[in-house]
Design a protein around this ligand. Sequence first.
Ligand SMILES: NC(=O)c1ccc[n+]([C@@H]2O[C@H](COP(=O)([O-])OP(=O)(O)OC[C@H]3O[C@@H](n4cnc5c(N)ncnc54)[C@H](O)[C@@H]3O)[C@@H](O)[C@H]2O)c1
Length: 349
Amino acid sequence: MDSSEKLNVALLGLGRAGRFHIQSIQSIPGINLRYVVDVDEPLARRLAKELECDYSTDADGPLGQADVDAVIVASPTHEHYAQIQAALEAGKPVFTEKPLGSSLEEIDTCFGLAKRSGLPLFVGFNRRFDPSFSSLARGVKEGEVGVLQMLRVTSRDSPMPTMDYISTSHGIFHDCIVHDFDMLRFITGVDPVEVYSVGSSFVEGIGALGDLDNVLVALRYDNGMIASIDVNRFASYGYDQRIEAFGSKGMLQAENRSPVSTVLSSGDGLLRPTIEHSFPTRYREAYRQELVAFSDCLREGAPMPVTHEDVRISFILSELGEQSHREAKPLRVTDHPALKHSPMEDPEK
Ligand SMILES: NC(=O)c1ccc[n+]([C@@H]2O[C@H](COP(=O)([O-])OP(=O)(O)OC[C@H]3O[C@@H](n4cnc5c(N)ncnc54)[C@H](O)[C@@H]3O)[C@@H](O)[C@H]2O)c1
């Protein structure tokens, strides 16, 4: 497409994720929201009026429109696979929220279809686009901490998602920890050889679903490096997102952010403002940058920053993490059925 033309997008799903994508689109001059879709008709109608675009209660609505250049999938997780396929089959490039699907077969099918049709398929691992996390990853790659020995990722949600959301989220590994597995790969460029998870549920409703809300994952790499991921569905003090990289020459830390930086020092001590309450503000810049990157892939043919292999590996680690907790034992990554016979085989080949 002509680089001076605006990219007309259709947005499927107008919930929490849909809203942060609207916020991003409104701040990017090269992207125009052409269509909104939600099964909640009053919501779709109201937002279409507000945003001056068309609306539909069905994804087929925008897929038949010649002036829709691309589709953003932000519907509930169980809808992604069918909607991605339908959009690609209609010849539309796709940006999708994570997780892409509920199996490796679904992931491979979507990427296979995208490849055969020559259309971009972009999976929204937004944390790669966070300025602090990407600066930490760059520092590690450039040797600022020397030989990397320990990576610690903390990821605690706020506020607690609704039980409706959690019950259709595909579980804490595929819904939340998949982001953290992706961050480890993004920072290190290598994959672990062993995964061990322990978890529990303090929230009764989550336990009743057979899901977890409090999880620790330990990962071992073949050069001796160790990583840990600790995740909780709810932190009472705000959206807690930190990464620490420790190595032979030093340590890099990406700390929590606060909306204001005022600190009160008094005889009682130091009083700092609370950290960001939730993801729409904490990752505002990352959500914007990932859509800019998607637009660059379409306009300039820029390489896809999140590859088919990235998406497969984070899915495989999520499955192994779940299995390790269930079986209460560490698991070798190459024992996963998809890697057993051809470790880390490149699915593009
Ligand atoms: N990357 C991130 O930081 C991040 C954050 C939150 C959610 N997500 C992902 O975004 C997706 C949506 O999550 P959410 O929190 O916005 O959920 P949500 O429940 O807040 O919103 C989902 C919306 O989709 C609508 N919907 C239901 N079926 C639909 C269909 N067939 N077509 C179109 N719309 C449909 C619902 O009516 C609702 O308005 C999930 O896959 C989740 O994993 C990603």
